[in-house]
Design a protein around this ligand. Structure first.
Ligand SMILES: [Fe+2]
Length: 383
C-alpha cells in the first residue's frame, strides 16, 4: 500500500514562469512574495520577472526579502507580520529551498497557535488549512517546491527541525530552467548534490515503493549525466532543464518515501554551524551509504548502473561498491570539499550533533539502524 502526495500542478521547462500570473490570480488578489536579498536585488532577475507577470494578471503584492539560507524562526515571524500588515491572501515564494520553507512556515504560523518547534515539529501535526502557496523555484536541488516538508532553524537551540504535513504542499510549483542558468558553479554543485542525496537516500529508504523507485533512479541518472555539464558551463540550458527534472523527481520521491541519516546529520551541521545544506549532504553521502551498503546491495548496484558504471560480471557487493565510488567521483568533479574538517567542523561538535541527528525526523527512514556511537563514527569518517 502506498499514498502519493504532490503539489496540485507542477510546471517544468523553459518558459513556464509565464504561468505564475494566471495561476496566482486563481488563488488570491494580493500575494506576499517571500524571497531573499540576493534575488530581489538582481535587476530583471526572477523577482522582477514574477512582479511583471503579477502586474499583467492584476495581482498586487507585498514583499518580504529577508529570508536567510537555512531559514530561521525569526524570518518566519518577520514574514508573518508583513503578510498581516499588508492584508495579503496568498503566499508566493521565489528562490531555492529557503524561501519555500520560510513561506510554508509563515503559512503555518498564520493559521496555528503556539510555537512551531514545540507544537508542530514532526509528522502530520498541523490541523488547520494554510493560505495557498505558489513556489517559483530558481535552483535544481532542494525539491522544497514540491514537498510537504518545512525545514526551519530554531535559533535558540541551534537545531534545524522539520514540520512534515500534507497541508504544507504548494498549490503550484514552477521549475523554469531559464531562471537557473545564471547560477554560479558552486551553488549549482551544492544544490545538484542535494538532489542526488534525495534520490539516493530515497531509493534505499524503508518506505520506498515502485513509484518512488522509478523517480529516484531516473533522477540519479539525470544528475549523473548532467550535473558536471551544468557546473562546467552554467548557460547549458539542456543540462539545466535536465537538472530541473531531476530535482523535481527526487523531491517527489522523498516527499513520499522519506530520506535517511545523511539528511538527519546534515541538518545538524546546518543548525549548529550554518553549513550549506547541499555541501553538508555531499560530504556525508558516500560515508553514510558505504555504511548502509550491506542492507541492500542490489539497489546500490542499480545506482551504480544509473551512474554509468559497468557492473557486468561482478559479485553483488563489488557492484554495489561502485555506487559509492561513482558518488565520490561526481562530488570531486563538481568541486565539493573533501571533508568536514575543512569546513570548520570540530571533533567536539560530533557527539552533540549525533544525539540530535538521531532525533531528526529523517533518521527513522534510514534502512540500517545505528546508535549514537555509530553516528559519531560516521561524522568522524566524513571529517
Ligand atoms: Fe536536502
Amino acid at each position: 500500500m502506498a499514498d502519493f502526495l504532490s503539489p496540485a500542478v507542477n510546471f517544468i521547462g523553459k518558459g513556464t514562469l509565464s504561468e505564475i500570473g494566471p495561476r496566482a490570480k486563481m488563488f488570491g488578489s494580493r500575494a506576499l512574495l517571500v524571497t531573499d536579498k540576493v534575488l530581489s536585488g538582481i535587476s530583471g532577475g526572477p523577482v522582477d520577472q514574477v512582479k511583471q507577470h503579477l502586474d499583467k494578471a492584476g495581482v498586487s503584492y507585498a514583499i518580504y526579502n529577508g529570508v536567510a539560507p537555512n531559514p530561521r524562526d525569526l524570518n518566519i515571524a518577520e514574514g508573518k507580520k508583513i503578510y498581516q500588515d499588508e492584508k495579503c491572501n496568498l503566499l508566493l515564494s521565489i528562490g531555492g529551498g529557503s524561501p519555500h520553507d520560510c513561506a510554508k512556515g509563515i503559512g503555518i504560523s498564520l493559521t496555528h497557535p503556539g510555537d512551531l518547534y514545540e507544537d508542530y515539529a514532526g509528522i502530520e501535526k498541523l490541523t488547520n488549512a494554510l493560505p495557498p502557496l505558489l513556489c517559483v523555484n530558481t535552483t535544481a536541488g532542494t525539491g522544497s517546491e514540491v514537498t510537504r516538508h518545512c525545514v526551519v532553524t530554531n535559533t535558540k537551540k541551534k537545531v534545524k527541525f522539520v514540520i512534515v504535513s500534507w497541508r504544507n504542499l504548494p498549490m503550484v510549483s514552477i521549475n523554469d530552467p531559464e531562471l537557473m542558468i545564471a547560477k554560479p558553479a558552486g551553488l549549482t554543485a551544492a544544490t545538484g548534490m542535494d538532489a542526488l542525496t534525495h534520490a539516493v537516500e530515497c531509493y534505499i529508504t524503508l518506505a520506498a515503493n515502485s513509484i518512488t523507485d522509478a523517480l529516484s533512479l531516473q533522477s540519479i541518472k539525470l544528475i549523473s549525466d548532467n550535473l558536471r555539464r551544468a557546473v562546467a558551463y552554467g548557460e547549458d540550458i539542456e543540462a539545466r532543464e535536465a537538472m530541473a527534472y531531476a530535482s523535481v523527481m527526487a523531491g517527489m520521491a522523498f516527499n513520499n518515501a522519506g530520506l535517511g541519516y545523511v539528511h538527519a546529520m546534515a541538518h545538524q551541521l546546518g543548525g549548529l554551524l550554518d553549513l550549506a545544506h547541499g555541501v553538508a549532504n555531499a560530504v556525508l553521502l558516500p560515508h553514510v551509504e558505504r555504511w548502509n551498503l550491506m542492507v541492500n546491495p542490489e539497489k546500490f548496484a542499480q545506482i551504480a548502473v544509473a551512474m554509468g558504471e559497468c557492473t557486468c560480471g561482478l559479485g553483488k557487493m563489488k557492484a554495489a561498491e561502485l555506487a559509492i565510488t561513482a558518488i565520490e567521483r561526481l562530488s570531486k568533479d563538481v568541486g565539493i570539499p573533501s571533508g568536514l574538517a575543512s569546513l570548520g567542523v570540530k571533533e567536539s561538535d560530533l557527539r552533540p550533533m549525533s544525539i540530535t541527528a538521531l532525533q531528526d525526523g529523517n533518521a527513522g527512514c534510514n534502512p540500517r539502524k545505528g546508535n549514537e556511537d555509530d553516528i559519531v563514527e560516521l561524522f568522524k569518517a566524513a571529517m
